[in-house]
Ligand binder design. Structure first.
Ligand code: SFD
Ligand code: AMP
Length: 624
């Protein structure tokens, strides 16, 4: 590949990642920016109509209060999230999303998203916080609003954001980002007064169930590679709860979500002997009181019961789709029209968001009304929007944040002018699609306020930009220098392709860092070994090779995952307790320790020294 062309783009607000949070940020920032003549840009590595976790669509919106019908108060949601996260959530951030999320959902409906309705006009609920949608086109609907809000010229697609740029004259202030096109031989330098990091969570860090050609068949979006974290970590932003991974129960092989079956269809979760796992292991929950003894059972503890039963010989496990559907058919008095409706809902749940699950049913001759469906736990994901809270440590909203958690602008990280949203924000889980969008809106509004208050033009160090450009293109150089020294292009003593590198990373993480293969168990000694292996692996990664732009993208995605792994291991080492059994077990500290560890764990990477600094941050809340 020849040297790339460089294009410099100047903007006031730069949004990295046009997923749910990015589209929310764009929509909101544009409203405030327009009046002041400011520019807002989205940079997306794919095309926003079909990018990110909602690319395929969704069949539910899992964060909706229903305040217009007095169904829930934001405070109720704070209590729910507190319990599911085993006591540790940023309640100011959770509350802030809860009080605004309904307005986002109402806009989605206005823009054409079909929402299931009850005869009285209320939204049909799957569970207390979840509503059902015909959501195959959810993302195009949301993207269209974002695109028209910022204007077509301000949507930069098929560009991978690879580095954040800091101001060369003002310490700890953001100045923009560098990305490269995944279609043309081109590097972009974006100069910005404020940046919103919303490039999605991290998958593929751990070895998944599927392998070989099925490697990408996982639950969360395979193209979310942890950029949102690696960009912010390298820029020196303080991160929080990076140990708090997500492991969820999913239908086997297709990774279809289970929420609708549990909550709406009331399907029971049974082991191979037909025993109810939740009842059989109810006593386990006492050890994790007060959270374990509250309802609903926290997500990690449901996993913990399943893993315990597995060790006692209970596997395989099934969601009794057969029993649930037969019961519902009976309740419908075997009316063929009603049965058809129930069957359609059952299949649409997957056709709207995880088509592969419906395909697996069809190709394996499974009729869920006759056959129970096998359920397994996923490999761990790093994300801040489902039942887990990894991400950046951000300022809360002024009116409800403890004063220690507020530093001027809502959702601003500890780097001035750098904001985060969605999976990128730590300690505030259960936002899902609607909450991530809402958080994007909050960050978008605050970023415009920041630009208006503080936004002088950024200073960019051209030498630094040149050095990053050389570094980004190095995999091409590695390939050119190394090629030809073996008969097979993919086996070469001089370089390593990103796919092989990914396998190596996943092996380290699986074996030492409590992945599937080690039954989510680890210790200090195992983690230290994993860290050592990761450091050696990083040396080999200097030899990553790219033949084309697609390879180049994959190379830098591997690096994203390595940064996430580094942070994850260090945080797991730091927290000396087992707070989320079922997500991971520190076998050397097998209990939850409320006295010493009911704290947030924050880290900061110092790019100058290459050192990580970890600290405990007191848990504070203004909510009862
Ligand atoms: O039940 C770069 N989610 C669900 N949410 C719901 O509300 N209801 C459901 O039914 C949900 N289910 C579900 C969900 C996700 C998936 C994959 C399935 C099922 C199968 C979760 C939500 O989707 C999730 O919480 C939000 O989407 C998170 O929002 P955000 O904005 O943080 O992430 P994103 O939408 O994936 O967007 C990230 C964007 O960044 C891009 N990107 N762009 C430029 N440069 C880089 N370096 C980049 N790296 C990434 C991505 O392309 C993307 O556009 S259920 O199972 O939970
Ligand atoms: P899922 O489909 O598993 O991603 O879950 C969708 C929604 O349902 C999320 O809000 C989950 O927290 C919730 N959920 C899933 N399973 C259960 C369960 N067994 N009990 C309570 N809530 C659940």
């Amino acid at each position: 590949m020849t040297q790339p062309e460089t294009e410099t783009v100047e903007t006031d607000v730069l949004i990295l990642g046009g997923g749910m949070a990015g589209c929310g940020a764009a929509f909101e920032a544009a409203q405030w920016a327009k009046a002041k003549g400011l520019r807002v840009i989205i940079v997306e590595k794919a095309v926003i109509e079909r990018s990110g976790a909602v690319a395929m669509g969704l069949s539910a919106i899992n964060c909706y209060m229903g305040m217009r019908w007095n169904q829930n108060k934001p405070e109720d949601f704070v209590h729910y999230v507190r319990n599911d996260l085993m006591g540790l959530s940023r309640e100011d951030l959770v509350y802030d999303i809860a009080r605004h999320v309904d307005s986002s959902v109402h806009m989605f409906e206005d823009w054409g998203l079909p929402i299931f309705k009850n005869p009285d006009g209320t939204y049909k609920r799957e569970g207390r916080w979840q509503i059902m949608i015909h959501g195959e086109s959810y993302k195009p609907i949301v993207a269209e609003a974002a695109r028209s809000a910022v204007g077509e010229n301000n949507v930069y697609e098929r560009i991978f954001a690879a580095r954040l740029l800091l101001d060369s004259k003002v310490p700890n202030r953001i100045a923009g980002a560098i990305g490269f096109s995944v279609r043309d031989n081109k590097i972009y330098v974006f100069k910005a007064k404020a940046v919103i990091s919303s490039a999605g969570g991290a998958t593929g860090v751990f070895r998944p169930h599927a392998h070989a050609e099925g490697l990408g068949r996982i639950w969360y979006a395979p193209w979310n590679t942890g950029s949102v974290y690696s960009l912010m970590i390298q820029a020196g932003a303080r991160m929080t709860q990076m140990e708090h991974r997500l492991v969820v129960a999913r239908f086997k092989d297709g990774y279809g979500p289970v929420g609708m079956w549990f909550l709406l269809f009331k399907a029971l979760f049974k082991n191979a002997k037909g025993e109810l796992v939740e009842d059989k292991w109810a006593n386990l929950l006492n050890e994790w009181a007060p959270y374990g003894t509250n309802k609903p059972i926290p997500t990690p503890l449901r996993n913990h019961q399943m893993l315990t039963d597995f060790r006692a010989g209970g596997g395989p496990f099934y969601l009794r789709t057969d029993e649930a559907l037969q019961r519902m058919f009976m309740e419908a008095q075997n009316d063929p029209k009603k049965i058809r409706e129930i069957e359609s809902e059952a299949w649409e749940d997957f056709l709207d968001m995880t088509m592969s699950q419906a395909l697996i049913w069809a190709s394996d001759n499974i009729d869920p009304a006759k056959t129970p469906t096998e359920v397994v736990l996923t490999e761990p994901y790093l994300m801040g929007s489902h039942a887990s809270g990894v991400g950046a440590w951000v300022s809360g909203p002024e009116d409800v944040a403890p004063k220690e958690y507020f530093w001027g602008y809502n959702r601003m990280t500890t780097v001035n002018g750098l904001f985060a949203a969605g999976d990128g924000v730590g300690g505030s889980a259960h936002k899902f699609s609607s909450g991530s969008y809402t958080e994007g809106r909050l960050a978008g509004k605050a970023a415009v306020a920041y630009v208006l208050d503080q936004g002088t033009s950024p200073n960019i160090d051209q030498d630094q930009v040149e050095a990053i450009k050389v570094e980004l293109w190095k995999p091409f150089e590695n390939y050119e220098k190394g090629k030809g020294s073996s008969t097979r292009d993919d086996i070469n003593p001089n370089y390593i392709y990103p796919k092989m590198a990914l396998h190596r990373l996943q092996k380290i993480m699986d074996e030492y860092v409590a992945g599937l293969g080690s039954q989510f168990i680890t210790t200090e000694a195992m983690l230290l070994k994993g860290l050592e292996r990761l450091q050696v692996f990083k040396e080999d990664l200097q030899h990553l090779a790219a033949r084309d732009l697609h390879d180049l993208l994959r190379c830098w995605e591997v690096w994203d995952r390595v940064w996430c792994s580094d942070a994850h291991i260090r945080h797991m080492l730091f927290r000396q307790e087992t707070r989320w059994p079922g997500y991971y077990y520190r076998a050397d500290y097998p209990k939850m320790d409320e006295q010493n560890w009911k704290v947030f764990t924050n880290s900061r990477y110092d790019a100058k020294t290459g050192e990580w600094h970890l600290q405990k941050i007191p848990f504070l809340t203004n909510f009862a």
